[in-house]
Design a binder for this molecule. Structure first.
Ligand SMILES: [Fe+2]
Length: 247
């Protein structure tokens, strides 16, 4: 990724001993080994963390199945018809399909979702130690106690114009099939003009206040089936008053 500057690179191998594993992985003999490749942008105008191989190969395979299941639904929700960042005149800043998967599950039913179960990674000490390098913004992550998850799917001519998120921290996890059947769909931090290259199974984590955008996807041909565009799994994190904690 040559579009990053002042970037610390490190390899990591996390073994999240001591954390409470979700049901789907608790029957494994050992917690899954991570093979994260981490880049931390801690200086400059926009702080962020890029983690490649966010999901293990086993998790990645299961997340693909879950994404394809969502994309196979009829009457998919559209970003432009739901809660989305807007221009001053009310025009939506995004065109894309959206899946508010929290609404698909009861609280205990979340355990049926690979995407929710794999959020254990966000609670491992190694991840928190990476976030601590983003001074002073890390403080607003360590106090978060609630999350919200959204899946977006972009096909031809779909985009998200520059906006910020109404949360403390945002995690984006990108899923794209290779060989890629589209151009575009590039992610840019608006103020610094820094681009983060779109890559399969890449996570991007940043303070939600920094504006960002996705330029239009241009499919090479009409896809024969759904799922050949650009998926984003988004986890938002925020601190809620104790009486209102949601999950
Ligand atoms: Fe956003």
């Amino acid at each position: 990724m040559n579009d990053l500057t002042n970037t610390a690179r490190l390899k990591s191998s996390a073994n999240p001993n001591g954390i409470q594993l979700p049901r789907s992985t608790s029957n494994l003999l050992e917690p899954p080994q991570q093979n994260w490749e981490v880049q931390i942008q801690k200086d400059g105008e926009t702080p962020f963390i890029v983690i490649d191989n966010w999901y293990t190969p086993y998790e990645e395979k299961n997340v693909w199945k879950e994404l394809d299941f969502y994309a196979s639904q009829e009457n998919v929700e559209r970003a432009e018809n739901t809660y989305v960042a807007t221009h001053d005149d009310g025009k939506p800043k995004s065109k894309a399909s959206r899946f508010h998967i929290q609404e698909f599950y009861t609280p205990s039913g979340r355990q049926r979702s690979h995407i929710f179960n794999n959020m254990y990674k966000i609670r491992v000490p190694e991840f928190h130690n990476m976030v601590r390098e983003i001074k002073p913004f890390y403080r607003s992550f360590l106090s978060t106690n609630a999350d919200s998850t959204l899946i977006s799917y972009y096909e031809d001519s779909e985009y998200y114009e520059s906006h910020w998120d109404d949360y403390a921290w945002t995690m984006l996890i990108w899923f794209v099939r290779e060989p890629r059947l589209f151009d575009g769909g590039d992610f840019t931090f608006t103020d610094s003009k820094l681009k983060v290259k779109l890559k399969q199974n890449r996570a991007l984590f940043f303070p939600s206040m920094f504006e960002h955008s996705v330029n239009p996807v241009k499919m090479h041909t009409e896809p024969k089936d759904s799922g050949y565009g650009r998926y984003t799994i988004t986890h938002f994190f925020i601190a809620m008053p104790p009486d209102n904690v949601r999950n």
